[in-house]
Write a protein that binds this ligand. Structure first.
Ligand SMILES: [Mg+2]
Length: 269
């Protein structure tokens, strides 16, 4: 990983789409600070489309899509995207799974929940579970813990043994049934909303992804412009595809550094 200062200005200038993780990328210690929120507005005002890409539940995405200065929100690790069209006052909701598949998945996840809590009693079902449609989120570091890495690995292993996909964020292990991840939905969003394909290097270089943890890895692997905020350093030993660049600041402060760089590069002649 290179420091963000090494990210070439001419490349920064060509970035029109920013996909950003939410927890510990935009937020710091669980809160969205004023600078990070202002950075979202500044990016949008500079003509850069920002999409939040998160493991957070559908219920949160509904709010974010409507009220935040973003082009849309991808939630539940890629199971859905919501976007609000201000001119027509329409909130559109798109899902990857058919409702029947979703129902079946929910049944299987309910069984897994019991198993996981029995095997790792210090873990808890995430507080935002009630607002989820597709996955089960097990909290290991938000309102409990942080639990030891071995417990986190055990949770992920139980999901995988049952045939589910498991992704570890900085606070939750999310498990789901279905062949999707953040990158699948990023591509669908770009194509459906902007008519933009990321099918070659030049096209992908119009976009940038920023995140902080292993559940961002598919996007780090996919985009040439992949940036981690400083917290990513704590996970690099578990990752085959770390981001190419890393910010000095962590969480929201790192995101602000990135936003400043992109905006400055755009306004330079
Ligand atoms: Mg995160």
């Amino acid at each position: 990983m290179l420091p963000l200062s090494r990210f070439p200005d001419d490349r920064a200038k060509r970035v029109r789409y920013v996909f950003t993780d939410l927890d510990d990328t935009l937020t710091t210690d669980g809160q969205l600070g004023p600078e990070a929120y202002a950075a979202l507005w500044k990016l949008t005002q500079a003509g850069i489309q920002v999409v939040v890409v998160s493991g957070r539940p559908a219920g949160w995405c509904d709010h974010l899509a409507r009220m935040w200065p973003v082009a849309g929100v991808i939630g539940e690790n890629g199971a859905l995207y919501y976007r609000y069209e201000r001119t027509t006052r329409t909130l559109s909701r798109k899902y990857l799974l058919h409702p029947d598949e979703r129902q079946l998945a929910q049944k299987k996840l309910a069984r897994l929940e019991k198993q996981i809590l029995k095997a790792v009693p210090a873990a808890r079902v995430a507080a935002d579970q009630a607002f989820r449609l597709h996955d089960l989120a097990i909290d290991f570091a938000e309102d409990v813990g942080p639990l030891p890495k071995a417990d986190v690995a055990r949770i992920a292993e139980l999901f995988e043994k049952a045939g589910a996909v498991a992704k570890v964020s900085s606070i939750h292990v999310n498990g789901w049934f279905g062949a999707y991840d953040k990158i699948t939905m990023i591509q669908k969003f770009a194509e459906e909303v902007w008519g933009q394909r990321f099918d070659n290097k030049r096209r992908r270089e119009a976009a940038l992804y920023v995140g902080d943890s292993p559940n961002d890895e598919p996007a780090f692997a996919f985009f040439e412009n992949a940036v981690g905020v400083a917290g990513i350093r704590g996970f690099v030993d578990q990752m085959a595809h770390p981001p190419s660049y890393v910010t000095r600041g962590d969480g929201g402060a790192g995101f602000v550094q990135l936003a400043q760089k992109l905006i400055r590069a755009r306004s330079a002649h």
